[in-house]
Design a protein around this ligand. Sequence first.
Ligand SMILES: *Cc1c(COP(=O)(O)O)cnc(C)c1O
Length: 391
Amino acid sequence: MIASVLPTYSRAPLQFVKGEGSWLIEADGRRFLDLGAGIAVNALGHAHPKLVDALTSQAQNLWHVSNLYEIPQQQALADTLVDNSFADTVFFTNSGTESCELAVKMARKYFYEKGEPDRVEIITFDGSFHGRSAAGIAAAGSEKMTKGFGPLLPGFVHLTFGDLDGVTNAITDKTAAILIEPVQGEGGIRPVPDAELKTLRALCDEHGLLLIFDEVQCGVGRTGKLFAHEWAGVTPDIMMVAKGIGGGFPLGAVLATEKAAFGMTAGTHGSTYGGNPLGCAVGNAVLDEVTSDGFLNEVNRKAGLLRQKLEGLIAQHPAVFSEVRGVGLMLGLKCIVTNMDVVQVGYDNQLITVPAADNVIRLLPPLTLTDDDIDAALDLLDKTAAQLSAA
Ligand SMILES: *Cc1c(COP(=O)(O)O)cnc(C)c1O
């Protein structure tokens, strides 16, 4: 008999009942160090007092009104995002993949309104992840995600990660946009070099294409900048955000320039829940914190410390780990043993990490993790690696 929850997930037999900062408490009372943060979602850790306060005070007043009416919390969050980014305008969604849907629609509508309705194709890269909606799986294009779900949404051209000549050759009079994660998450923490992002920006400018960044995982302070592309000094035309922006409340957004958004007039897109008062109250609290004085400096300081210690860990355990890569607190440890074994033995040691492609384990801790948490992380990783070396 099928499980009452549709069995699409393979779950670890762990039941967390409470969270405090970087720690999760299991039903049996054990405390786990959380270096996964719900896959880069709990940007401010668990039960952050400011988020608890924002959520509960909003809950006492008004949970939801339709986008048929003005929503001041949504307006405030949009203003903050516009003030702190390349964007002129923001649409709120509830998830990353919904942000992907709009990014694709917006790019196509832009060219349609420009009188180029055949410009519908979007260039994407292998190893990418843009969510599980129909556009999301077609965009990423991997067999694992798309098999059996055809016919897929047409209009995506899949190229090899890092193949810039391939991009130049793939651009035709049907190309509308290039869609890329500045740091691939699911693909194994693969940062796109700054020079490549610059080249993609230049190619888009040269050919009049839109550049779309998927910052669902790498955005909202994760890399030590508010948005990862800031490191490269280039800006996109459209950007997808989700995960960290809600700190655990389901919230996503699409940010765009006025130019890119020009086809998206009244009635062209919508969402029942997207940008509702409850979600935006939490989003405002997350953004207030992440943009507060010194917050990102601290993220960068801790990222430097963690990375340096991880280099030491690799040197100590050359049979287990080969490399640390990533940006800020979006780090990947490339494994020599099977990455799932590291994750499993980590669980035994009350340590949460997240597997990714390319035999990598991801470290995506709360941005609020403390220096003591970093020490605890290294102790637990060292213990885990020692057990795997001995095995
Ligand atoms: C998680 C993720 C998504 C999908 O987000 P959901 O909220 O699961 O729909 C899209 N893009 C990237 C880069 C992601 O990491």
